[in-house]
Ligand binder design. Structure first.
Ligand SMILES: NC(=O)c1ccc[n+]([C@@H]2O[C@H](COP(=O)([O-])OP(=O)(O)OC[C@H]3O[C@@H](n4cnc5c(N)ncnc54)[C@H](OP(=O)(O)O)[C@@H]3O)[C@@H](O)[C@H]2O)c1
Length: 327
């Protein structure tokens, strides 16, 4: 099979190679997927680019997310038949061989049915971005009638968080630092209010939108950078869910002087969801997709042969959507 890989960390154009490897053979309980599309996420290019550490394995075929068709079933694997359209997740989490390849063989629990109208390119965005957006919006409880604040709503994860919250009946206040075009893109995802995250009176604007009460849930892409704001706007008994730390790694929480005396803080990590939560998350994404509730912002599609260029493009862009390679 044709495969993209790296054997040492570094810039994409230096370390990413394209070549041939033997087709994987599904072990017991595994599903062999003939991949059509493979999604690139920040974790993929950050691990590849981080020269402070060696590559995780002697050879890494990157990417956790993908979509394709079932090519074979290992002994005892059930739930699928050859030819079924599927999406998959966690393919390169604690495993060397991910989805930047023509085939991947995965435990059946990492393989999911692809809704009929979903393209392979779109299905390759479900793993990390949609699962994180879904879990982030659901981990703190029911959403109907609540108000959710989503900064970074142009992001892969943020855009899905907006859409899942709307689909579940929440009112969504979003923000972006990206200007008018970005604000329009977020409004197109269904956000009720879109603000400039760099505005000096952002907290006052969010509070004004909630009649002074604050938001029930914040889904934060940069909690260390935004905790000062979040403490001003989260409602009593609300929740702050963090999935990233874009600016600094350390979080300072004020024990007094914040608005809500009682709120919960969730530091989520999508790769380590327990099996039941992962299955419910996947099922929720598929239900929303079948209901037509999701738009997928595709920023670029590249052939597998141009994997290095695809990585470089994904790294250089932020807030423009998903970068995907096609096989
Ligand atoms: N914990 C997990 O399980 C998990 C899962 C997925 C991703 N992540 C991490 O989450 C981060 C985002 O991933 P992604 O794929 O969504 O990235 P992305 O598509 O590049 O989006 C990031 C967005 O964040 C916004 N942003 C940047 N700095 C911000 C700040 N200080 N405050 C508010 N918004 C800010 C930008 O939007 P504007 O400039 O338009 O405002 C940008 O669109 C990455 O660091 C990734 O590694 C973690």
């Amino acid at each position: 099979m044709r495969v993209g890989w790296y054997e040492k960390t570094g810039p994409a154009t230096e370390v990413v190679k394209i070549g041939d490897m033997a087709d994987p053979v599904p072990a017991a309980g595994e599903i062999l997927v003939r991949l059509h599309a493979s999604g690139i996420n920040p974790s993929d290019y950050k691990r590849r680019a981080n020269t402070k550490v060696a590559a995780e394995f002697p050879r890494v075929v990157p990417h956790s997310d993908g979509a394709g068709v079932v090519a074979a079933l290992g002994a005892g694997a059930t739930g699928f038949k050859v030819g079924d359209r599927v999406w998959c997740f966690n393919a390169q989490w604690a495993r060397p061989f991910g989805t930047a390849a023509e085939f991947v063989s995965l435990p059946a629990r990492l393989v999911r049915p692809l809704p009929a109208k979903t393209s392979f390119v779109e299905g390759a965005c479900f793993g990390i971005p949609a699962m994180t957006g879904y879990h982030a919006t659901h981990v703190a409880g029911p959403l109907a009638g609540k108000t959710v604040y989503v900064p970074g709503a142009t992001g892969r994860v943020g855009a899905y968080a907006v859409q899942f919250a709307k689909w579940r009946g929440a009112r969504v206040i979003a923000s972006t630092g990206g200007g008018e075009a970005a604000r329009q893109a977020i409004a197109g995802l269904g956000a009720d209010v879109v603000l400039d995250r760099r505005a000096s009176d952002l907290a006052a604007r969010i509070l004004a939108e909630t009649g002074g009460g604050g938001v029930d849930l914040v889904v934060d892409v940069d909690l260390p950078g935004n905790i000062g704001l979040d403490e001003k706007i989260v409602a009593e008994n609300g929740a702050v869910v963090s999935f990233g730390a874009a600016s600094v790694p350390t979080l300072t929480v004020n024990m007094s002087g914040r608005k809500a005396r009682n709120f919960s803080l969730h530091l989520i990590f999508v790769y380590l969801l327990d099996s039941a939560t992962a299955a419910a998350t996947c099922a929720g994404i598929e239900e929303a997709e079948r209901a037509g509730a999701l738009k997928h912002r595709i920023g670029g599609v590249f052939p597998l042969a141009e994997l290095a260029r695809a990585h470089a493009a994904a790294e250089a862009a932020s807030g423009t959507g998903h970068f995907v390679v096609e096989m």
